[in-house]
Design a protein around this ligand. Structure first.
Ligand code: DAH
Length: 335
């Protein structure tokens, strides 16, 4: 037994632990209930009485040594894991991840920039609007089916107060307040009582344009939008006007641009037609000018309206309008 203790002692002295696992191995081997020390104490029971004193002392000494060694190994392993994080300054402030400008804001800013260079300024108007500025002044006769084109949210059952259905309300507010010439673009949020889907939302953004002066013609409208389309979608972009109807413009047109993905050959984005619609436009109806206190014999003007989400979806090939308002960082990060 004496030799056994001596050989274990030698092993104990040379033992090292570089990791928590090695520390555990040491504990299992020497200190645990099934370890060397327990085994020696079992053997000790069989030692003849006259030798008990001598072996007992040896055994206790060995037990204490093993425990002390174990404690020093614990300390070594702990210090080592502290060494590993040397070089990491825990007092440094966390690095904030940089945010980015929302894609709709980016598109809106770019649109503003292009029109500002053509002499337009930016105007704003209320989102909570009355019937007159959203409909009546824009030549929507009362009970006229044209009002049904835009499913309206009314506020507190008062049919006179509503959430604006388009940014055209800013046209009327601008014209009734000031004197021509007006050359303004009006970006803003609008609301419609529509079922939410990948293509439609109950709120979205538009940008309205208005140019009223002496002798403004359809030619000016075409040239202004042609310039915008080339600047925004690329220099080869073509533009076309399709006859349409809006109560506030006469004549009215739907604005299409040549598909900038397939260059007019036909693809999924343009539904194989080679053209994509970006908005509506026309010459301001004389009735609208009159409603706003402007003499249509002296002045004429053009107006247009485009959906900002629609333009952003075309530009970045986004196929679901809901992504713009979900605040999903994985989406927003890409812009
Ligand atoms: N207000 C129309 C809409 O929301 C868009 C529009 C079309 C605006 C023609 C205009 C315009 O100013 O001239 O659908």
């Amino acid at each position: 037994m004496k030799e056994k203790i001596e050989s274990y002692k030698a092993e104990l002295q040379s033992a090292m632990a570089k990791s928590k696992q090695e520390l555990e191995d040491f504990r299992l081997k020497f200190i645990s209930k099934k370890g060397v020390i327990s085994e020696l104490f079992d053997e000790f029971k069989k030692v003849p009485n006259e030798q008990k004193r001598e072996f007992g002392a040896l055994l206790n000494e060995f037990k204490e040594e093993a425990q002390a060694k174990f404690n020093s190994l614990i300390e070594a392993v702990n210090n080592q894991s502290a060494d590993e994080v040397v070089g990491l300054d825990l007092t440094l402030p966390p690095v904030p991840s940089a945010g980015s400008i929302h894609p709709l804001t980016q598109v809106k800013n770019r649109i503003i920039q292009i029109f500002e260079r053509q002499g337009f300024n930016v105007s704003d108007g209320p989102e909570i609007e009355d019937d007159f500025h959203n409909f009546t002044a824009l030549n929507f006769p009362e009970n006229h089916p044209a009002r049904e084109m835009q499913d309206t949210y009314f506020i507190e059952k008062d049919p006179d107060i509503l959430l604006r259905t388009h940014t055209s309300n800013v046209q009327t507010r601008l014209m009734e307040k000031g004197k021509p010439p007006f050359r303004s673009i009006m970006p803003g949020r609008v609301y419609r009582n529509e079922a939410i889907s990948a293509r439609a939302h109950c709120f979205f953004n538009q940008v309205e344009g208005l140019y009223v002066d002496k002798e403004v013609s359809f030619k000016d409208l075409k040239q202004t939008l042609y310039h915008f389309a080339k600047e925004f979608f690329g220099p080869e972009t073509k533009i076309r006007f399709r006859p349409s109807y809006f109560p506030f413009t006469e004549p009215s047109a739907e604005i299409d641009i040549s598909c900038f993905i397939c260059k007019g050959d036909g693809c999924k984005i343009c539904k194989y037609s080679g053209w994509v619609e970006i908005g509506g436009a026309g010459m301001v109806d004389p009735n609208v000018l009159t409603s706003c206190g402007i003499d249509p014999k002296e002045y004429s003007g053009f107006a247009f309206g485009m959906g900002i989400e629609r333009i952003a979806m075309l530009k970045y090939q986004i196929d679901d309008i809901r992504l713009f308002s979900e605040n999903d960082i994985r989406f927003l990060k890409q812009f």
